[in-house]
Design a binder for this molecule. Structure first.
Ligand SMILES: Cc1cc2nc3c(=O)[nH]c(=O)nc-3n(C[C@H](O)[C@H](O)[C@H](O)COP(=O)(O)OP(=O)(O)OC[C@H]3O[C@@H](n4cnc5c(N)ncnc54)[C@H](O)[C@@H]3O)c2cc1C
Length: 416
């Protein structure tokens, strides 16, 4: 079933135009070809199937480029659309309707997040060396922050060090869940900068670009997740890794802010992706309800199933409106946006999990097969409750921000 996109009254013509043109490509070029587009990436795919998938993906990418819809997250000087924040958020909702479609529009995590950080913090030399090949697709990258021995939900606990030695950094540390680690040509590594090896201070946070071919970068394994023996989320050891001081991305001490820049706006885009996928799951659920006969009648006429429709409708609408509200606050530079971002980061993945769960239930055994995107969505939705800041951390942040207002003798303006 195609995504039903019509102009939203009150939105600019520019955003509506992007929404409609994105939907046209999703509906005409991607959804009818989903089987072929991704078949070549499945384990056991033949060389012929891989070649067919690759050729079709190239065709869609060319169409996306010719429509001027390539790389919504990048400015035009780096081959992107150069669109504003709200247009990007609305576009994400639509392209996420087809699982995996974002990559056909030039948005592939974690490369896209790294590209954004390189655009903002990179020197001209770093942009030439790392950003351009990333944009052209001749290089891959990863973001290496989380450590197995320390709580990822508390970034202050990071212990990887980068010690100045002459004109080099010497990096030592242990990371895991560095996504895209098997393919990456370089990592952006979050470290504590130290002036010398005798410096016993806490060190300031800094992000450093580390080519994966540097001696001492040891990819220990692609960690198996969700029952799959090897993933591209890697455990990486940095053992006396030497890179030039110039590989620091941004100033020493800016590391946390750069990570927040990456995550803050990113959370809006991820939530709009989730909303797009909930929309797809909802449509799939209804499609099945309208056609599947059980016990002498269509599923749509059973009240258990009607409950699924109503509950999923409410989950989807609430998630969508909350995300757009948060996006508008971010766009307006409202300091309360942090609270709204945390709220959607908790609410949307949970609502997404519920909607997909119901869609799987409606489809019965077919719901957990690879013939439908639901099983993949289900695992993705559950994982989102951990990645980009786990639920509890965001709950703590909401409570702290809201209570702070009341402690000051104010109250919360829910209409603001
Ligand atoms: C698929 C996947 C991809 C990832 N990709 C990357 C990547 O590319 N790069 C990268 O650096 N990291 C990546 N991560 C790591 C992710 O960012 C971390 O898993 C996340 O930050 C949580 O850290 P942790 O796993 O160490 O959990 P912990 O910090 O150990 O937290 C464990 C639990 O305790 C809860 N908790 C924390 N504080 C409190 C509290 N005060 N009260 C109550 N509960 C609390 C947390 O919410 C969480 O549920 C990825 C993770 C996954 C699953």
């Amino acid at each position: 079933m195609p995504i039903n996109v019509t102009p939203i009254p009150g939105l600019s013509d520019h955003i509506n135009d992007i929404r409609l043109r994105t939907a046209r490509i999703v509906n005409e070029k991607i959804l009818p070809n989903e089987g072929v587009l991704w078949r070549g990436r499945r384990s056991g795919a033949s060389e012929e199937e891989r070649a067919e998938s690759r050729a079709l993906r190239r065709q869609v990418e060319e169409k996306v480029k010719s429509e001027g819809l390539w790389a919504p997250h990048l400015p035009p000087e780096y081959g992107g659309m150069g669109i504003d924040f709200m247009a990007h958020a609305y576009m994400n909702e639509i392209l996420a309707y087809a699982v995996g479609a974002a990559s056909l529009f030039g948005v592939v995590a974690p490369n896209s997040g790294n590209q954004t950080i390189l655009v903002k913090y990179g020197t001209e030399e770093q942009k030439q060396k790392w950003l351009l090949p990333l944009v052209e697709g001749t290089m891959q990258s990863g973001f290496s922050m989380t450590e197995p021995e320390h709580a990822g939900s508390d970034p202050r606990s990071i212990q990887t060090t980068a010690v100045r030695d002459g004109d080099e950094w010497v990096i030592n540390g242990h990371k895991w869940f560095t996504s895209n680690g098997l393919a990456a040509d370089f990592f952006i590594v979050m470290c504590r900068a130290k002036d010398s090896k005798d410096d016993e201070g806490p060190g300031s946070m800094v992000q450093i670009i580390v080519p994966t071919s540097t001696p001492g970068v040891i990819i220990e394994r692609g960690i198996g997740i969700w029952g799959v023996p090897v993933s591209d989320h890697c455990e990486v050891r940095y053992d006396h890794v030497r890179v030039p001081l110039d590989n620091a991305l941004g100033r020493v001490g800016e590391g946390h802010r750069a990570a927040q820049d990456r995550l803050g706006a990113g959370r809006i885009f991820h939530c709009m992706n989730s909303v797009g996928q909930m929309w797809r799951a909802f449509d799939l659920m209804v499609e099945r309800l309208l056609t599947r006969e059980v016990h002498g009648g269509l599923l749509k006429d059973k009240q258990f199933m009607q409950g699924f429709v109503a509950d999923s409708y409410m989950d989807l609408q609430a998630a969508r409106l909350m995300t757009i509200h948060a996006a508008e606050k971010v766009d307006a530079g409202d300091p309360q946006a942090r609270t709204e971002i945390s709220a959607i980061k908790i609410f949307v993945p949970a609502a997404y999990t519920r909607v997909v769960d119901r869609a799987i239930q409606v489809w019965g055994a077919a719901g957990v097969t690879n013939d439908l995107p639901l099983a993949q969505m289900y695992l993705g939705a559950r994982t989102l409750r951990l990645a980009d800041g786990p639920d509890e951390v965001h709950r703590i942040l909401i409570a702290k921000n809201v209570l702070h207002h009341y402690e000051k003798g104010e109250s919360w303006d829910f209409a603001g």
